[in-house]
Design a protein around this ligand. Structure first.
Ligand code: HPA
Ligand SMILES: [Zn+2]
Length: 333
């Protein structure tokens, strides 16, 4: 008899909670809230998950959020994610949310944060997962809207660890959001930003130099610029890479061609994450397994990726050290 190895303990650092909305939950919440979805069934919805680029995904991602209306909806969404994350060996999750995608539909920011917070408060006890929240600004909305969102979130900043930047990248460079990032840093928050997913290496430079990010989300296009790679290596700025997302959004043609091994060889602090797992075909361990199989990564490399995930996290040193010990004690990938 063969015994399946438990998945390696890991931190998930690039995960949009709205991107964990599975068709089953979308239909259940639609029914609960009396909302009609333009799909006849879960299968029909699933068949719409075929994307040509980031924007084609974002269109469906924002449309399906219509089912999220109450604190309970946001709590249920986070509980469903945490239950799956536990099965995938996730021990720590730093979770993005997109407040403007909800406030623009009339859902108060407090409903979003209190709802997610309710689930995250129970996460350690219920799932054995420590959590942080990262509030993202939609970069295809205005700089003023980001500032207004930050001010609306002020009463809840004790629940928020960092700010981030997501949505349609090309044409919306980090420089547009200097002011809100300065304000966030002044308030004691960490800073991350999506950069170098569809956008050029210049956007990664801007995220570093103008926003002062502690971590770059995606960042795969840094490989086009050796000077940028040298900077990221020298400062050990973490990159939260999302392999299955890259294939589904056609950032990379084929997983077998993914630059992950070259990134590791270059000395970059790379982590593997799931981005929007309900849409891209896999959660955290699914991404680990997929890169292992497509790129022939060995057990030591997978353990390095798991170690990197805790190194790149916003955990305190004591908790980080405890998780790293768990990784080192783990056998099998
Ligand atoms: O991969 C992504 N990129 C940009 N914005 C996003 N919002 C959800 N997922 C993504
Ligand atoms: Zn993302």
């Amino acid at each position: 008899m063969t015994t399946a190895h438990p998945p390696v303990p890991k931190a998930e650092l690039h995960l949009h909670i709205e991107g964990t909305l599975e068709p089953e939950l979308a239909f259940a919440l639609a029914a609960r809230n009396g909302i009609a979805l333009p799909y006849a069934s879960e299968d029909e919805l699933r068949r719409a998950y075929s994307f040509s680029d980031l924007q084609s995904f974002l269109n469906l991602y924002y449309a399906l959020m219509a089912v999220l209306r109450t604190e309970e909806d946001f709590a249920d969404l986070a509980h469903a994610y945490l239950a799956r994350a536990k099965e995938q060996g996730v021990r720590h999750a730093e979770i993005f949310f997109d407040p403007q995608a909800h406030t623009s539909r009339g859902v108060p920011i407090g409903t979003v944060i209190e709802g997610l917070g309710r689930a995250l408060d129970a996460a350690q006890e219920t799932y054995g997962i420590s959590t942080r929240l990262i509030m993202c600004f939609l970069r295809d909305e205005s700089a003023e809207s980001a500032l207004e969102t930050f001010e609306a979130a002020r009463p809840y900043l004790d629940r928020i660890t960092a700010v981030g930047l997501d949505s349609a990248e090309v044409g919306n460079p980090p420089s547009k959001f200097r002011e809100v990032y300065a304000r966030a840093r002044e308030a004691g928050l960490k800073c991350v930003a999506h950069a170098g997913e569809e956008g050029p290496p210049a956007y990664v430079w801007e995220a570093l130099d103008l926003l002062g990010v502690d971590r770059v989300d995606h960042g795969v296009r840094c490989m086009e610029d050796p000077e940028l790679v040298a900077r990221l290596v020298a400062e050990q700025i973490p990159l939260t890479v999302c392999p299955l997302s890259n294939v589904r959004l056609r950032v990379i043609d084929d997983l077998a061609d993914h630059p992950l091994p070259a990134m590791l060889d270059a000395g970059l602090l790379v982590t593997v994450n799931s981005d929007d797992p309900a849409y891209f075909g896999g959660y955290a361990q699914d991404n680990f397994t997929a890169v292992r199989d497509a790129l022939g990564l060995d057990e030591d490399t997978l353990r390095t990726l798991a170690r990197n995930s805790f190194q790149a996290s916003f955990l305190d040193e004591e908790t980080r050290a405890a998780y790293l010990e768990e990784v080192d004690a783990h056998r099998g990938a």
